[in-house]
Design a protein. Structure first.
Ligand SMILES: [Zn+2]
Length: 266
């Protein structure tokens, strides 16, 4: 076995791994900086495509093509941000007579602040209702202000946040601006990218190789929690004990997984 370079260190892998995860991290940072349409995004994706091709070829060259399955996916999507709605939102809330304040990371609101808005989520602002705004009137005032400002299509109240399984530290309400609008105080008109709202929840998943059935919808309503059980199925292993997901069973040909010894070689 030949040593391979792992981040500059020569490493010898003692045997063919049962499972190999390859994480492409640069694309996230690049899209944060340039936005999804940035000039360097296309060339980086083309380079990834080339490396993926090398990986698939290397598996074939090693004679493992008939017992190796491939899955390509992402942990989140991305959308563009360019124009802040925060100044207009603060103005619209102040016009109701309540006192808004935008609080950034590491800072605390003034005691007299009624409505605390966070700006660090970029696409999402968490809202904390205090003093005169605590309760339904404050909630209604925030809703009206968001409507007047526009570009804030999603206003989640406490019930919505519970359904989204949000932490109870995320406030009494949460607002989401539609791309390319945002809540950041950084408002220089430059294109950037972000994730962390319901606008970036869709991800691709591509399954290919040994044991994968072609032209099948792998699972209705498939989600990221289904990735681990699917990998387990391809390995011929039990799903993780605390798994919430389901294997994408329609895409997996179990006779191949069992028959060709795909397990332990995915
Ligand atoms: Zn990111």
């Amino acid at each position: 076995l030949r040593p391979v370079s792992s981040n500059g260190t020569q490493v010898t892998v003692p045997q063919v791994p049962a499972f190999l995860a390859v994480y492409a991290s640069e694309i996230d940072g690049l899209i944060h900086e340039q936005g999804p349409d940035g000039p360097d995004v296309g060339p980086l994706l083309a380079a990834y495509d080339l490396h993926l091709g090398r990986l698939v070829q290397a598996v074939a060259d090693a004679g493992l093509g008939d017992r190796t399955a491939f899955m390509l996916t992402a942990d989140h999507g991305v959308s563009r941000w360019k124009a802040s709605v925060m100044p207009a939102l603060v103005e619209a809330i102040a016009a109701t007579g309540l006192r808004p304040e935008v609080v950034t990371v590491g800072r605390s609101p003034a005691p007299e602040t009624d409505i605390v808005l966070t700006s660090n989520g970029v696409r999402m602002s968490n809202v904390y209702l205090r003093n005169a705004a605590a309760g339904d009137d404050g909630r209604a005032a925030v809703r009206r202000a968001a409507e007047r400002v526009g570009h804030i299509p999603n206003v989640f109240d406490e019930g919505d946040l519970r359904r989204l399984r949000a932490s109870d530290k995320l406030g009494d309400m949460a607002l989401e601006a539609e791309p390319p609008y945002h809540f950041s105080l950084l408002d220089d008109g430059k294109d950037r990218g972000s994730h962390g709202s319901t606008f970036e929840q869709s991800v691709p998943v591509v399954l290919a190789g040994a044991g994968i059935r072609r032209r099948r919808r792998p699972l209705d309503g498939a989600s990221l929690v289904d990735v681990a059980p699917t990998i387990a199925m391809l390995l011929g292993a039990d799903p993780p004990a605390d798994s919430q997901g389901r294997a994408m069973h329609r895409a997996v040909d179990l006779s191949v997984v069992r028959g060709r010894g795909l397990s332990g070689r995915s």
